[in-house]
Design a protein around this ligand. Structure first.
Ligand code: ATP
Ligand code: MG
Length: 217
């Protein structure tokens, strides 16, 4: 049977770091989404195309079957909830951690000890809510969609929950990491129905991704 596949990727690090995995599966993408305005990119396999979507929309496209599979960060998957998604492989790409950060002069430990109510700005309200609830820290969460680092600088919040890799963005904004919540990496996500109906076409790609990911660990 002729099975065609749609892969959902976001521009930037996920696209860049997924390319070598695709190569390992014998699939090449020649368009550069940073230069092209195209949202649907062909690949060297006429039966496989890539759609370029927002990082946080990848699980939604795959959940509804508009894409058969995709690559999404654990951060995005936890906020989405993962319904309808099979997550067979931790791809070990786009690695970072989710952390709590505060302005350099702020005594986070003693604020927590004193039971202060903290204002926390973040894109990751679900993960943050669970993290602080588990620690018994009282927080008011403020939902942001980006540039969390600005929050404490302009008095919007006492702290932020954000992704950190090198820490240079935090440093540039005089913030310090005070708690690491979890390690983050990107996962392969597959539509549950497609996994059954397009198994023949999907399985070798999943296996090639698995091998490529394994060799990075
Ligand atoms: P958008 O631009 O659509 O708002 P975004 O800013 O989350 O989305 P990216 O910055 O490309 O998009 O992040 C995509 C994914 O890469 C994140 O969901 C996360 O898993 C991972 N990521 C984010 N920041 C870092 C980082 N500093 N280092 C490594 N991986 C990261
Ligand atoms: Mg970003």
């Amino acid at each position: 049977m002729n099975q065609s596949l749609t892969l959902a990727l976001s521009k930037g690090r996920i696209f860049d770091e997924t390319l070598p995995l695709l190569e390992a599966a014998g699939i090449t993408v020649s368009d550069d989404p940073e230069k092209s305005r195209k949202l649907i990119l062909p690949t060297s396999d006429a039966a496989i195309r890539v759609v370029i979507v927002r990082a946080s929309d990848v699980p939604t496209y795959v959940q509804y079957g508009a894409a058969d599979f995709g690559v999404a960060g654990k951060d995005v998957l936890l906020e989405h909830g993962g319904e309808g998604l099979y997550q067979p492989v931790d791809l070990a790409i786009a690695k970072c951690r989710m952390s709590v950060a505060v302005p350099a002069g702020f005594d986070y430990a003693s604020a927590v000890r004193q039971g202060a109510r903290l204002r926390v700005a973040t894109k990751y309200v679900n993960v943050a809510r669970e993290h602080f609830a588990a620690k018994g820290v009282h927080v008011d969460l403020i939902k942001l969609y980006g540039s969390m680092e600005l929050g404490p600088l302009v008095g919007l919040s006492d702290a932020i929950v954000d992704l950190v890799s090198t820490g240079s963005t935090l440093r540039a904004n005089h913030l310090v990491e005070v708690e690491q919540i979890m390690d983050i990496s990107s996962r392969l996500v597959v539509n549950r129905a497609a996994l059954k109906t397009k198994r023949e076409k999907l399985q070798p790609i999943i296996e090639a991704f698995e091998r490529a990911a394994q060799s990075k660990k």
